[in-house]
Write a protein that binds this ligand. Structure first.
Ligand code: ASP
Length: 471
């Protein structure tokens, strides 16, 4: 009888082993995370754009999952998945690349092997169908790491990679010129041999200067992989990722400061990078997946050997860990994230020309105070009216950006936020500082006081005399 029981337990254990070993917090056999760019709020996209993005993510993630489940290695899987995304015109890489100021494409890509530290990259290539393929050839067929411009194009011809003519690139047909379109693609993989790899591919930023190179082909900035820590790919304002060595910083924080992958990414997203800059996908050697963005949205997806399979166009709370589940270092930033989200939404609404929505986070009360250029406006209605007078149309509104946010807690339900604002406009760009006081109401954080200074001073009829107090 005992023997039969032992046999039965062994048999059941065998049957259920794949589920038991891959569930919960246990290390998955393999894992994959992808992104298709950080940027604007997908809720504002039309159905067609939403659909092609979701379909593209699903297709690429499925291919990556199947490759890994069949024993595919990390580098091959990264290349395979990025190729699929490069061939999909819904993303800003390969076929769907955005154009430079001169209306041409200049493509950047990089790939890194976490096992050996080998890496390869190309920048400013103009006729290669799959820049990730060329980046891998730089890694394997040359003693170099990065080839750029003319030399990279010549290398593509020598290597006989598939080349295309300029009409192949469809970004103009798919996305109107005036739509801010981020859609850089990236992938990080842990294979069943415990090897990590990462890669990133992009058309760069729309209307970039010819010759501009972002972070995507810069190993350590947009891409990084090392078997002792993690694999990372970034998306967003490339200049910021280069300045802050973002992809390498995730690994360095894990390696030297013993941070978990989630802590490392959270700190970089919330403390190193300015609000609205971009997103990060990262995968630890233990198969832990992190996806975070500090922009209104990020196309991304994750799968692993436990059966996890998910794609997103936006992550709740930007993918940041929920309160109470994170390490001390990131706990204090939860409230900051909530407020940052409110301010990000304001920027988004302003840039859509929607002052009514922009005003929603203001306290709808006669006690709201708005102080600008020495003039104090009291009450929600008057403040709204003032904004509408000063910014009658989208041209006057220009493009708003908030930077350098500093948070000072004023007790448990109030916060002071300092920062700078910039208004890009054709005729008169402006900038200045602001001090906001926010209070937490049952319906969320509301701005109860806003003090703004600006340069150059805007002298309108009403504002010419300083110290006027409207009651
Ligand atoms: N990081 C890319 C670049 O700056 C753009 C992006 O991710 O959207 O070239």
């Amino acid at each position: 009888m005992i023997r039969i029981l032992v046999l039965l337990v062994t048999f059941l254990g065998f049957i259920f082993m794949p589920f038991l070993t891959s569930s919960g917090d246990e290390k998955p056999n393999w894992a994959i995370v992808i992104h298709g760019g950080a940027g604007s709020d997908p809720q504002k996209w039309n159905d067609a754009k939403t659909k092609i993005r979701e379909t593209g993510l699903h297709r690429a993630l499925t291919a990556g999952r199947d490759a890994l489940a069949n024993g595919g290695n990390a580098l091959d899987t990264v290349e395979l998945v990025i190729r699929i995304l490069e061939d999909d015109a819904a993303f800003n890489a390969g076929r769907g690349a955005v154009l430079t100021k001169e209306g041409k494409v200049e493509l950047d890509a990089s790939i890194m092997d976490g096992k050996t530290g080998a890496c390869g990259a190309v920048a400013g290539v103009t006729a290669t169908r799959n820049p990730i393929n060329l980046a891998r050839l730089v890694m394997t067929q040359t003693p170099h790491v990065l080839l750029a411009g003319k030399g990279a194009n010549q290398f593509a011809e020598q290597q006989k990679v598939p080349l295309v003519t300029p009409d192949y690139f469809l970004s103009k047909a798919r996305f109107p010129e005036n739509e801010p379109h981020y859609g850089t693609v990236g992938c990080a993989v842990l294979d069943s041999n415990g090897n990590l790899a990462a890669g990133t591919s992009t058309g760069g930023t729309s209307k970039k200067l010819p010759g501009r190179v972002g972070d995507s082909p810069i190993v350590g900035a947009g891409t990084y992989a090392a078997n002792d820590t993690c694999a990372v790919s970034g998306t967003g304002v490339g200049e910021e990722y280069i300045r802050n060595s973002v992809a390498y910083d995730v690994a360095a924080r894990m390696r030297y400061a013993n941070e978990s992958i989630e802590e490392a990414v959270t700190i970089i997203m919330q403390q190193t990078l300015q609000v609205g800059v971009g997103g990060i996908i990262a995968l630890s050697k233990d198969g832990k997946i992190v996806m975070q963005h500090n922009t209104p949205g990020m196309s991304c997806g994750a799968a692993d050997s436990s059966g996890r399979f998910e794609t997103h166009l936006v992550l709740k709370n930007g993918g940041a860990p929920p309160p109470g589940t994170t390490a001390d270092a990131t706990k204090s930033t939860t409230v900051e994230t909530e407020i940052t989200d409110v301010l990000l939404q304001q920027v988004e609404d302003w840039n859509q020309g929607d002052i009514d929505s922009f005003m929603k986070p203001y306290w709808n009360s006669d006690q709201l105070t708005f102080s600008s250029g020495g003039k104090i406006t009291r009450g929600y209605a008057k403040t709204l009216q003032g904004y509408k007078q000063r910014y009658p149309d989208a041209k006057a509104m220009g493009t708003l950006n908030f930077e350098k946010l500093e948070f000072q807690t004023l007790g448990s339900d109030a916060m002071q936020v300092l920062g700078t604002w910039k208004l890009a406009r054709d005729d008169k760009p402006m900038e200045g500082r602001f001090t906001l006081v926010l209070r937490k109401f049952p319906e969320g954080w509301k701005i109860i006081h806003d003090h703004t200074s600006k340069k150059p001073e805007e002298k309108s009829e009403n504002e010419a005399s300083e110290d006027t107090v409207q009651q």
